[in-house]
Design a protein around this ligand. Structure first.
Ligand code: NAP
Length: 241
């Protein structure tokens, strides 16, 4: 059945692949972004998918944006919490600002986006929530105390909410991508990528955004109704939980 899907950070990187795959699966997709208007415009021109600009770190903006999308497209049955940022620094150099920005976006953003759609999903007795966490939330990563904490928090959020949503037909799951070849990862120094990161990935390559998107499409489908509170690790064998 075609449903309305909202993908945060859905105009670039992994989120863009998720938006396109959900559209391909027959859903009506809305994609949000934070500030890169050019990328959002190009994405809409290429895909026909409508984009909406606000920060997931701002609760009131999330509530207003979601209201607008529901008025324009209908009730949101699928929410993909994908928007995320990095502000890397070794802990002794990490500033309170770097900590706060990452927690506000990567962890509190999930509360801000999920809270306004939750009542509607409960009333309709149907919902699919997919949270994009990270391998570094599972194993921790030096230089990413802020990011690892937020992404581990996303997994706790997923497991708690899955228990609350189960009787209301709402599933809540997480995906932990390993290193995927998006701008976020390609921004890493090429020498570090080729000599230190890729050799740690047993399949011998970065993942493709579409490989994460296909996991999302499955978890967002009616077929996945018995899967809730779970985490899919999509990391090329780099970290086996
Ligand atoms: N790439 C990887 O290897 C990897 C691995 C593990 C997990 N992840 C996770 O996967 C997700 C997507 O990563 P990516 O590599 O595709 O990132 P990306 O290419 O940098 O794209 C990030 C997207 O999120 C949006 N965004 C950032 N902050 C936002 C905010 N406050 N409010 C709304 N939207 C915001 C960006 O909007 P603008 O276009 O306006 O900037 C952009 O659309 C993130 O949660 C990331 O932590 C990525």
């Amino acid at each position: 059945m075609a449903r309305v899907a909202l993908v945060t950070g859905g105009s670039r990187g992994i989120g863009a692949a998720i938006s396109k795959a959900l559209k391909q699966a027959g859903h009506t997709v809305a994609a949000t972004y934070a500030g890169n208007d050019d990328a959002a415009r190009a994405f809409t021109e290429e895909t026909g998918i409508q984009t909406y600009k606000w920060s997931v770190a701002d609760y009131d903006a999330c509530a207003a944006g979601i209201r607008r999308i529901e008025e324009e497209l209908g009730p949101i049955d699928i929410l993909v919490n994908n928007a995320g940022i990095t502000r890397d620094a070794m802990f002794h150099k990490m500033t309170p600002q770097q900590w706060k920005e990452v927690i506000d976006t990567n962890l509190t953003g999930l509360f801000n986006m999920t809270h306004p759609v939750w009542s509607g999903m409960r009333d309709r007795k149907y919902g699919r929530i997919v949270n994009i966490s990270s391998i570094n939330g599972q194993k921790g990563q030096a230089g990413q105390a802020n990011y690892s904490a937020a992404k581990a928090g996303d997994l706790g959020f997923t497991k708690a909410l899955a228990q609350e949503g189960a009787r209301a037909g709402i599933t809540v799951n997480a995906i932990c991508p390993g290193y995927i070849g998006t701008e976020m990862v390609r921004a890493i120094d090429e020498k570090v990528l080729n000599e230190r990161i890729i050799p740690q990935i047993p399949v011998g390559r970065l993942g493709e955004p579409e490989e994460i998107a296909r996991c999302v499409v499955f978890l967002a489908s009616e077929d996945a109704g018995f899967i809730t509170g779970s985490t899919i690790s999509a990391n090329g064998g780099q970290f086996v939980v």
